[in-house]
Design a protein around this ligand. Structure first.
Ligand code: UDP
Ligand code: MG
Length: 146
């Protein structure tokens, strides 16, 4: 069983897509173990996206992710990291497959609705930016469908 960190980015909250995004992950059989609405601060954004610090899109990305409330979540299930990445679709929504979250509902490469950790280590690192130890252990253990 693995856990992953997922975020509905500010565009998803603004557009009223939180429920539908959560519903897709639930329907897949993943278990929601932590969730909060969060105003991402510039410091949190810098930690979250430290790997992209030197990329040309970094300033725009930080501006976007701090521009309004986002929903931070932890999901658990078999191969959760890879499963969520698959449900999200690739980074550029123009290339994301139909049936994926980005493929169905987004078009902007920056405002692409969701973040999902790209590995076990980054999932662990990222969930600790947004959740305390107590919050991370509070999720009632539930058995995802398999
Ligand atoms: N991004 C962007 N322009 C780019 C590439 C990425 O604005 O050319 C943004 C986009 O919001 C993306 C985030 O930066 O989701 C992180 O990029 P990454 O390559 O990690 O994509 P992801 O893991 O989110 O698919
Ligand atoms: Mg990434």
């Amino acid at each position: 069983m693995s856990r992953t960190f997922v975020m509905v980015k500010p565009d998803g909250v603004r557009r009223g897509l939180v429920g539908r995004i959560v519903a897709r992950l639930e329907a897949k059989g993943l278990a929601l173990t932590a969730l909060k609405l969060v105003a991402v601060s510039p410091a949190m954004a810098a930690q979250h996206y430290e790997e992209h610090r030197d990329k040309p899109f970094y300033p725009e990305l930080v501006q976007f992710i701090t521009a309004g409330p986002a929903v931070a979540m932890v999901w658990e299930g078999r191969e959760a990291v890879a499963v969520v990445r698959g449900l999200m679709g690739v980074t550029d929504p123009a290339k994301a497959a139909p049936g994926t979250i980005r493929g169905d509902w987004a078009l902007s490469i920056t405002e692409n609705l969701v973040h999902g950790a790209d590995g076990e280590a980054s999932a662990d690192r990222e969930m600790r930016i947004y959740f305390s130890d107590a919050e991370l252990s509070a999720g009632t253990p539930r058995r995802p469908r398999d």
